[in-house]
Ligand binder design. Structure first.
Ligand SMILES: [Mg+2]
Length: 203
């Protein structure tokens, strides 16, 4: 049985393109002053998105994390209404309807839930970013997803658009399928779109 862990943003739905992470960073600087950074994987997201996510990676375990996350999430929530389904979402969900699945996302949990509801995405579980889990590219969120579905990590296939997802899957001991060619240069298994993911899952 294939068990799916699915990234959300730019994998199932594009929220990032409508999220004002530039403004979120400005808000963070206004609230906290100089922001901490973290070494994170090279990815194709725009710089403000990477920077905002790196702040959350850097602040994990810090008392400021939740406030920083909530501040960023207010901008993610504002983007949900404009968000667009990625190509092939409907047929992907239909083709995988019998596969247990959890959405594992760097988005805040409320914005992620609102995105799933808006696009009619049914999942057996949702792991948004939380203060007690190191965010992707660490393994924690994916392992929490496997636990939620009551399966071993090795039973899971993580699907995502970014090297952050890929590195998290590697750290968690899971297989990985990339979506879109933008981020993957090595021997990663990559599909052009969600239809291609279905083909790869069949093989
Ligand atoms: Mg993504």
């Amino acid at each position: 049985m294939t068990v799916l862990l699915l990234d959300l943003d730019r994998t199932l739905v594009d929220v990032q393109s409508f999220t004002d992470y530039e403004r979120a960073l400005a808000d963070l600087r206004e609230r906290f002053g100089e922001l901490p950074g973290a070494a994170t994987p090279e990815t194709y997201w725009r710089p403000a998105t990477v920077r905002a996510m790196a702040v959350l990676v850097a602040l994990i375990g810090d008392a400021r994390w939740q406030e920083a996350s909530d501040l960023i999430e207010s901008h993610e929530m504002a983007a949900v209404v404009s968000s667009t389904a990625m190509a092939g979402l409907g047929s992907f969900l239909e083709a995988t309807r019998n596969m247990p699945k959890a959405v594992v996302t760097l988005m805040g949990p409320s914005a992620a839930r609102a995105t799933l509801d808006r696009h009619g995405i049914g999942a057996d579980g949702l792991v948004g970013r939380r203060a007690d889990l190191r965010p992707k590219p660490a393994a924690d969120q994916l392992l929490a997803g496997a636990l939620l579905l009551d399966v071993e990590p090795a039973a899971c296939v993580m699907v995502g658009d970014s090297t952050w997802d890929r590195d998290a899957a590697r750290a968690a001991g899971m297989r990985f399928v990339g979506v879109g060619r933008a981020d993957f240069e090595d021997d990663t298994l990559v599909a052009d779109d969600l239809g291609g993911v279905v083909e790869l899952l069949r093989n």
